[in-house]
Design a binder for this molecule. Structure first.
Ligand SMILES: Nc1ncnc2c1ncn2[C@@H]1O[C@H](COP(=O)(O)OP(=O)(O)OP(=O)(O)O)[C@@H](O)[C@H]1O
Ligand SMILES: [Mn+2]
Length: 323
């Protein structure tokens, strides 16, 4: 019996032991699911012991076998592979879920699975999920069991809908800028709280609805937000007045830019001032999204179509949101 089988077996047992509502597995080729299926078949037809289809399973492996047999556990099998998904559609007693893109790390993958299942009403906010996951894009690389409280993710539903609505390149840019904003919100600069605005996408319109407050430090540079040196420069410049203007594919076009979009009929929670109104207005009057860091408290907010679609206090979370 190999390590993956043990992990899946313990994932099943954990789901029953903590009385979880859902067991969620992630598979590329379907291999992980096939192992799960063999274990569950062995349990369900109690075919344990000498002639078990799954040699290592015996009743002693599942002391609470009756609890397992009597409890209905929803099994969600997620995959980004269209062929695997089509094959899973014919499988019984599981709920297949197609993931529109591949994540780069386990945590994002689990979040992605939870959010997609929430969007399809396969989960509700009170559910407890046991997720069995491995290194993304590595078939058979199962190495992690994690317990997820769905209610911790419902606030990010709108952000995921936004991430799903843009192409891969823009999604990676938004995630990169969001993580920089979270770092600024959390660390500030030289011990001081820093506020700033990032405007991503629809750059021509954004430039037409804004003007330089200072000479543009990025003029004539081919600066890309994924370049560590550019990221450092952006953080160094974050205390200056004005906004950073970034293209869908991550090129930093300007800093110190004053946004002049009409802010009439923008409705924002009380206490949010000119920075947040400007961000809401530009996101309403162009196709851009805006990300703000508040100088008073570090809260990071994402604006789309004039509304806040996501906000997070980076100081309250030990990890950056999207990784
Ligand atoms: N239209 C704008 N375009 C770009 N930057 C702006 C604009 N309006 C305000 N700012 C920036 O926001 C800064 C803070 O303004 P203000 O305090 O009114 O915003 P706020 O929404 O309360 O933000 P914070 O929570 O960071 O205080 C200003 O000093 C300026 O740098
Ligand atoms: Mn303010």
């Amino acid at each position: 019996m190999d390590r993956v089988e043990y992990i899946i077996k313990h994932g099943i047992e954990l789901a029953y032991d903590i009385d979880a509502d859902v067991l969620m597995i992630f598979t590329e080729t379907g291999k992980t699911y096939k192992i799960l299926k063999k274990i569950l078949d062995s349990i369900n037809n109690k075919n344990c012991g000498k002639n078990a289809s799954f040699k290592f399973i015996s009743l002693k492996h599942f002391p609470n076998i009756d609890k397992i047999k009597n409890k209905k556990l929803k099994i969600i099998v997620t995959t980004p592979n269209r062929d695997t998904y089509n094959w899973l559609l014919n499988e019984e007693n599981i709920v297949p879920v197609f993931l529109k893109y591949r994540d780069d790390d386990r945590q994002s993958l689990v979040k992605h699975g939870i959010i997609t299942s929430l969007e399809k009403n396969l989960l509700n906010s009170k559910d407890i999920v046991v997720a069995i996951v491995g290194i993304p894009k590595t078939p058979g690389g199962v190495d992690t069991i994690t317990v997820v409280e769905v209610n911790r993710h419902t606030t990010s539903l709108k952000l995921y809908e936004l991430l799903k609505s843009v192409d891969d390149i823009e999604r990676k840019t938004i995630e990169q800028v969001l993580n920089i904003a979270l770092e600024i919100g959390k660390e500030g600069r030289e011990g001081r709280s820093i506020g700033t605005i990032f405007v991503i996408g629809d750059t021509l319109n954004v430039m037409n609805q804004s003007q330089q407050l200072i000479l543009n430090p990025f003029a004539g540079h081919n600066a890309n937000i994924f370049d560590e040196k550019v990221k450092g420069t952006v953080k160094e410049l974050s205390p200056i007045d004005g906004a950073f203007i970034i293209t869908e594919d991550g090129r930093v076009i300007a800093a110190g830019r004053y946004l002049e979009s009409k802010a009439d009929n923008i409705k924002l929670p009380l206490g949010l001032g000119a920075r947040h109104r400007a961000a809401a207005a530009i996101s309403k009057n162009t196709n851009a999204i805006a990300i703000t860091v508040s100088e008073s408290g570090g809260i990071v907010r994402v604006f789309k179509d004039g509304e806040i679609v996501f906000e997070i206090d980076p100081r309250s979370k030990s990890i950056s949101y999207l990784k």
